[in-house]
Ligand binder design. Sequence first.
Ligand SMILES: OC[C@H]1O[C@H](O[C@H]2O[C@H](CO)[C@@H](O)[C@H](O)[C@H]2O)[C@H](O)[C@@H](O)[C@@H]1O
Length: 594
Amino acid sequence: MHRPIEDYALIGDHQTAALVGRDGSIDWLCLPRFDSAACFAALLGDERNGHWRLAPDGAGDCTRRAYRKDSLVLDTIWRTDEGTVRVTDLMPQRDRAPDVVRIVEGVEGRVTMRSTLRLRFDYGSVVPWMRRADGHRVAVAGPDSVWLRSEPQVRTWGEDFGTHAEFTVAEGERVAFVLTWHPSHEPRPPLVDPYEALRHSLDDWRAWAARCRYDGPYRDEVVRSLITLKALTFEPTGGIVAAPTTSLPEEIGGVRNWDYRYCWLRDSTLTLGALLAAGYREEAAAWRDWLLRAAAGNPADLQIMYGLAGERRLPEEELSWLPGYAGSKPVRSGNEAARQLQLDVYGEVIDSLSLARAAGLPLEPHMWQLQLALMEFLHENWREPDEGLWEVRGPRRQFVHSKVMAWAAADRTVRAMEEDPRLPGDVDRWRAMRDEVHREVCEQGYDAERNTFTQYYGSADLDAALLLIPQIGFLPPDDPRVVGTVDAVREELGHKGLLRRYSEDRASVDGLPGGEGTFLVCSFWLADALHLTGRTHQARELFERLVGLVNDVGLLAEEYDPVAECHLGNFPQAFSHIGLVGTALALYGTDQAG
Ligand SMILES: OC[C@H]1O[C@H](O[C@H]2O[C@H](CO)[C@@H](O)[C@H](O)[C@H]2O)[C@H](O)[C@@H](O)[C@@H]1O
C-alpha cells in the first residue's frame, strides 16, 4: 500500500525541501538544490530508494503533528505504551551547507526510539560507502558526501546497507541529529548547533509571517500557503519552483507524471501576485530581477520555464529504476514542456511587470525595454497556434486563453503608456493589436448558440482557464457572455462540486492516455468567478470546501480526487496555494469585509 500524498509535510531551507511522512520518515530530499538528484527517493519507490525514519521503535504513524505557529518547523508526536515523544524537524537557513535537523524530545515516560537512515544518491540508485570519522558517520559516493552526527552521541551501527541507532529518551531529555551534505571533494563544513538553528528558524519564519497584511477569516490557512510559496523560492536567485517534487501522478498508476522542480513563468508570476497582494515586496523584487536575467536575450527565445538560475536546457529523462509512486511510471526528471510555445506566458509576464510597477517597485529602463521586446514578439506571433497553459502534448491549437492573455499583454502595455506618457513606444500600434485580438476572440472563440467561450477556436470543448476572462479584464463580469461561460464551465467541467481543467471525455486534446483528478487552482478560479459575477454566497461555500481539503498541516497538491478523496499530482504545489491566497483575499480582503 502506498502512503497518501497528503500524509506528507514539507520542511525546507529556501534552496531545497524535504517531505516528512506521518510515520516520521523523510521520503524525499534533493541535495543540494530543489532540482538536484534525490538522496531520499522512497516517495517514488520504497525504502530501498532512500529514506530516513526517526520514530518510536515499532510505532506506526504519529498521534499528532503540526507546524510550530507561523513557521516551517514541524513537530511530530507519538503517544506510545512507553510514553510520549516529540520529533522536531527543520532545515535551517543555509550557511554553507544544507542540513536536516531532527530533535527528539521526551515528553512523558521513557520511550525507545529507532533511527534508520538509508542514503541512496542519484535518485535512489547509488549506495554510498559509509565510514566513521571524527566520531560521526560519513557517507560518500562520487560527488556527494553526507555527515550524520548526534548530540549527545548515540551508538550507530551499519546493517542491511543502512545506518541504524536505538536509544531511549525520558521526559525532558533531548537527542538531536544533524545530517549535512557537502561536495565530497571539499572539507567538511562547520557543524551547526541544532538548538540554535531551531531558535533562528523559528525567529526568521515568525518575523516573515508577521509581515502578512491579510487579517481576515482563514488567516492561518493563508499564512501557511504564503509560507509554502516562500519555501518554494530558491533564495540565491529569486526563482520560484512549481513544486519540490517530480512525478507524483495526476492519476494513480497513470503516465501523467511530471517534473515540477523548475521555474515556470506562469506559476511564478502568479506567485508573485499572491505575495505582493499579501504585502511581500522583497520577494516580488527578487523574482522580477530573476525574470530579467532569465529572459535576457532574444525575446523569440523566451522559454515558458527555466531552471532555478535561469538555465534553459531541462532535458526530460526517464528514471527507469524507480518504480514510481504507487507504481505510476515513468518517473521523469527534466521537462520537455520547456520547449513549448505557450503564448499566455507573455501576458502573464507583462501583467506581473505592471503589478510590480503599480506596487511601486523601483523601475529601471531595461524593464520597459524587455516589455517592448516581448510585445514585438507577440505582435508577430499571437495568431499562431500554441500548446496553451495546460502544456498539451497533442497538436498545437488556437487556445482562447492564450489569445486572451495576448490581449492582456497589449492592454497592460497601452495602459502603462497612458499613465506615463514618458514611456517610449508606439502606443497606437499596441492599441490596434489589443482591439484586433479582442475582436477575433469574440468572433472565433465564442459559441453564440451555447453562450460560452470555448477552449479553442471552433471547438465544442470548454476550459477552466476561461473563468479568468473577467479577472483579466477582457470583458466585465456582468457581460452576459462571461456569466454564460462561468455557468457552462461549472456545468460541464464540474465534478462532485470541484472542477476539472478541461473535459475528460472529448478526443484527448492533451495527447495523453488516461485521466486525472479535479484541478485545485481551477476550483479556486471558479470561486473567484462566482464572486465576480455576484454569487458570493456560492463562492464562499466553494472556498470553504476547498480550504477543507488542505491536509493536516495546511498543504495542497496540484489535484484532488473527490471520489477516492485523496490528493494527486506534485506536492505541495504553488499553483494550488496561489489559488487559496488569491481567493481568500478576493472574498475576505479588507475591501470585501462583510
Ligand atoms: O498535464 C500536462 C502537463 O502537466 C504539467 O504542467 C502543469 O504544471 C505546470 C506547473 O505547475 C503548469 O504551469 C501547467 O499549467 C500545468 O499544465 C507538466 O509540466 C507538463 O509537462 C505536462 O505536459
